[in-house]
Design a protein around this ligand. Structure first.
Ligand SMILES: *Cc1c(COP(=O)(O)O)cnc(C)c1O
Length: 378
């Protein structure tokens, strides 16, 4: 493969920080690097409290524990998302209620959320697809009026904002991912940001196996005990050391991705004008982070043909989510509210091009040339 779909970004201080973490002889989630990553989020989003977690999936799980969802409760989310968003809901016996997405952004449709709200609705989970912010002002209004929690799935949303406010700083809670396929990585890792003061005290207990160990470490109690439901939501200090180096250079990594994204966007303008493709749109209110460059093909058939053409040229392009409402577990645990027309149609015609921070302009041009070659005479 000449051009793989993704390669993880490299930052300057990963080895140095990992060596320091080893020398510090504090390898659990209470070390200095975990603390520094936490402070980075608290200061830069900003947010009230951050837990650096083993994954975005575990951050979403912790959010479900904090929202205290259980059997019969309903959680509204898009069907066009990664498995984890819905899986954490089913894990606690609650019902994922799938709604359609906006055709322009592939983000959750706010009118569809409004129609899906019932007396059992406890949480709304907007997913910032491709790092493009959902309409968070409207979603927060709707949620606050109905006394519903909002948990942003900001797995793809680091260094992006909506109406000038960072993704992950809008909801009552938000979950980020540092999986190697994301913009900022540490192998496997995530973060839960908490923006509502009502959740902070419980979060300290839930993150630490349901104990008040944090109060013990602070000298507030002389022994710690089991207080509440919880789990181990802490990241190893070795991974946190890697993560800090990445966060510190995150602006640069994002800018390098953005340059490639812009090259793709400009390079496909003519194809769009000729009606051959439809490029992704970033609304004026959203500052995106070049997590994904995607476009829609006219049909499912053309998508597979272009995918095959690129593969033969040594370029790895990829489709994206199989809508969860039609997946086996979605059928078993979830339910649908309203039409799924956009989700069904667009998910079958969407293609993502390779995009990573160290990709060169020549790499991107090679991809564009092959895309153009495919459409010649079509
Ligand atoms: C990557 C991703 C996740 C899962 O992240 P992990 O860190 O691998 O658990 C969840 N939701 C969305 C939208 C994602 O893109």
């Amino acid at each position: 493969m000449k051009i793989p779909f993704n390669l993880p970004p490299k930052s300057s201080n990963e080895e140095k920080y990992i060596s320091q973490a080893i020398s510090n002889k504090k390898l659990s989630g209470e070390g200095q690097f975990n603390k520094k990553c936490t402070e980075w989020f608290n200061k830069n989003l900003p947010t009230l409290m951050t837990v650096i977690t083993p994954s975005c999936t575990s951050a979403l799980e912790m959010a479900m524990v904090l929202a205290d969802i259980g059997p019969g409760d309903e959680v509204i989310l898009p069907s066009f998302t990664f498995t984890s968003t819905a899986n954490v809901v089913a894990l606690y016996g609650a019902i994922p209620v799938f709604v359609d997405v906006d055709p322009k952004t592939m983000n959750i449709d706010v009118d569809a959320i409004a129609k899906a709200i019932t007396a059992r609705t406890r949480v709304i989970m907007p997913v910032h697809y491709a790092g493009v912010g959902c309409e968070m002002d409207k979603i927060m209004d709707l949620a606050n009026k109905n006394n519903i929690w909002v948990v942003e799935d900001a797995a793809q949303g680091i260094f992006a904002s909506y109406k000038g406010k960072a993704l992950g700083a809008w909801g009552h809670m938000a979950a980020f991912s540092f999986h190697e396929t994301k913009n900022i990585v540490c192998g496997e890792g995530g973060a839960l940001t908490i923006n509502d003061p009502r959740l902070v005290a419980r979060a300290e207990i839930v993150r630490d196996k349901g104990t008040n160990r944090q109060q013990f470490l602070n000298g507030q109690v002389d022994k710690y005990t089991w207080q509440d439901k919880g789990s181990s939501y802490l990241l190893s200090e070795l991974s946190a050391a890697f993560l800090l180096s990445q966060l510190e250079e995150g602006e640069k990594i994002t800018a390098r991705r953005m340059a490639i994204w812009k090259q793709y966007y400009a390079g496909m303008a003519d194809l769009e004008a000729a009606g051959k493709v439809q490029r992704m749109t970033v609304p004026a209110e959203a500052k995106a982070n070049a997590h994904i460059f995607y476009f829609l093909l006219p049909t499912m058939q053309t998508r597979i043909e272009l995918w095959t053409h690129l593969k033969e040229a040594g370029i790895q392009s990829t489709f994206h989510y199989v809508p969860l409402h039609s997946a086996p577990a979605g059928l078993k645990y979830g339910k649908v509210s309203g039409s799924m027309a956009v989700t069904d149609d667009h998910s079958a015609r969407l293609l993502r091009l390779p995009l990573w921070a160290d990709m060169t302009a020549a790499d991107a041009q090679f991809v564009l040339d092959e895309v153009n070659k495919f459409f010649k005479g079509k």
